[in-house]
Design a protein around this ligand. Structure first.
Ligand code: ATP
Ligand code: MN
Length: 465
């Protein structure tokens, strides 16, 4: 008999029919005559109740039905007499596909701490919380692809191994096949990368942007969606060493329209979560963040506040004057720390904020220089509880200005020749941004730690699973 997923069984249209369900036992309770098994198959956060008449099954089999075991059950789907579920299955056949020894199975009771669950990241998908997170990661991925596809953007695959560290977005992980115990040396004693796999020094990418720009300057609008690696040793609840990034890049788009795109994009994703993930959102709101759903609706309702970096600094300086304390100093030229970003979003404006026109010194060389010669057309989208969720800019399209900026910040031109070529041949205004997928997930799930919105987090000193 063909298996039916629990999400379909719960819709109720199969009542009165024989069905086959397969899943994992969440709980088992009952008395001497009858057992009620809550079975979950991952298709939804909801379990289906299996009603087992104990006289109909042998004791050996029944003893194996414990929390965590996997079962195949055949029986009639009936309207439930009990409270808490609309339908249930009256079991006529039960097969135990896999046992889970109660003496050692770690997920015996409900309510394990998130810290404990990180230590068993291989089993945490079996919990309600991580089932919800995994499903929402899926739905958000589909939302992202749908958003761009509907608008005529093309999905481009940029390389994960790169020879340039021009992006300057963070510390990189080196990729090598050299024998670290026996490194080849050049005559002057340097490591001889000519002997390495690619005959040069290579690393894992920190961003697909530079290659994405090459595609945008041919296809018009593109986006990347792939893993990104940063060896920054920042043990924060918002940083991973391996995370997923979405990077649209659009030809003929200037900074204002880039902001419009970013705002429309995030709102689309949030709306998608409300439209497709309500069961999981309701669970997460109940257990972790009572205001979650209100906060999602709130973001949709109002336009994001847009302002320049200079205006932001003025507001923060005024706050300091009025007695607000920050850990990091505020002055024109300082990078905004997460505490500053969150002050602007959560306390001052009480809505998402897009900050533009940063001092060139604190942004990457490829951002378009403004006429003032001091600021660049960067834009960061700042969100409640998270701080920066998107970083982007209009790119410098002028060859001479770009070369000059690269020299000023010390990016070697020889590594960048192919990137500069795009400004020598058919250059055009263009813009783009990067959205950290897990930062978006933090926002839509209400989870507080980025380690809890990716299946197997990579952070300093942690790559167990
Ligand atoms: P932050 O200041 O928060 O460290 P950043 O300015 O270094 O971020 P960008 O280089 O602008 O980040 O990257 C674009 C987006 O990627 C960020 O807006 C953020 O959403 C996400 N991101 C950056 N670094 C990380 C990380 N280590 N883990 C998860 N997401 C990240
Ligand atoms: Mn940034």
């Amino acid at each position: 008999m063909k298996r039916t997923r629990i999400i379909e069984l719960l819709q109720g249209s199969l009542v009165g029919q024989q069905v086959n369900v397969k899943g994992w036992v969440r709980t088992r309770r009952g008395n001497k005559a009858i057992s009620f098994i809550a079975l979950n198959d991952g298709s939804t956060i909801h379990n289906i109740q299996i009603v087992v008449d104990l006289t109909r099954f042998d004791a050996d089999l029944l003893a194996k039905i414990t929390t965590g075991a996997s079962l195949s059950v055949v029986g009639e789907l009936v309207a439930s007499q009990g409270q808490g579920q609309s339908v249930e299955i009256q079991a006529s056949e039960i097969e135990v596909l896999g046992t889970a020894d109660p003496a050692t199975y770690p997920l015996q009771k409900k309510g394990h701490s998130l810290e404990f669950l990180r230590e068993i990241a291989h089993l945490r998908p079996r919990t309600n919380t991580f089932g919800a997170i995994y499903r929402m990661r899926h739905h958000m991925s589909i939302a992202i692809h749908t958003f761009f596809h509907e608008r005529g953007f093309f999905y481009v695959h940029t390389p994960l191994i790169t020879a340039s560290d021009a992006e300057g977005a963070g510390q990189m992980f080196q990729v090598t096949t050299l024998d670290l115990d026996n490194l080849p040396r050049t005559e002057d004693g340097q490591i001889d990368y000519k002997e390495d796999f690619f005959a040069r020094h290579t690393s894992l990418t920190v961003s697909g942007q530079l290659e994405g720009e090459m595609a945008a300057l041919a296809l018009g609008g593109i986006y990347t969606f792939g893993p990104t690696f940063r060896a920054e040793n920042s043990n924060t609840p918002r940083h991973l060493a391996e995370f997923w990034m979405i990077e649209p890049e659009v030809a003929f788009l200037e900074i204002q329209e880039n902001m419009d795109l970013a705002e429309e994009f995030i709102k689309y994703c949030v709306q998608w979560a409300l439209d497709h993930c309500m069961d999981d959102l309701t669970f997460l709101a109940e257990h972790f963040d009572k205001e979650l759903i209100d906060r999602l609706r709130f973001v949709l309702d109002k336009p994001f506040k847009r302002m320049t970096y200079t205006e932001g600094i003025e507001i923060l300086e005024a706050a300091v004057k009025a007695g607000r304390k920050f850990e990091f100093p505020i002055y024109w030229g300082a990078d905004l720390a997460s505490e500053h970003e969150r002050y602007l979003v959560e306390e001052h404006f009480q809505r998402p904020v897009i900050v533009t026109d940063y001092p060139k010194e604190i942004k990457s060389f490829y951002m378009k220089l403004n006429d003032d010669g001091k600021t660049v057309r960067g834009m960061d989208v700042l969100f409640p509880k998270i701080g920066e969720i998107i970083g982007g800019s209009e790119r410098e399209a002028d060859y001479d200005k770009l070369v000059q900026r690269a020299q000023e910040v010390g990016v070697p031109e020889k590594d960048l020749w192919w990137y500069l070529d795009s400004r020598r041949y058919g250059t055009a205004p263009h813009s783009g941004f990067g959205l950290g997928f897990e930062r978006l997930l933090l926002f839509v799930t209400g989870m507080a730690n980025i380690r809890d919105v990716i299946p197997f987090p990579r952070t300093p000193r942690n790559a167990e699973f």
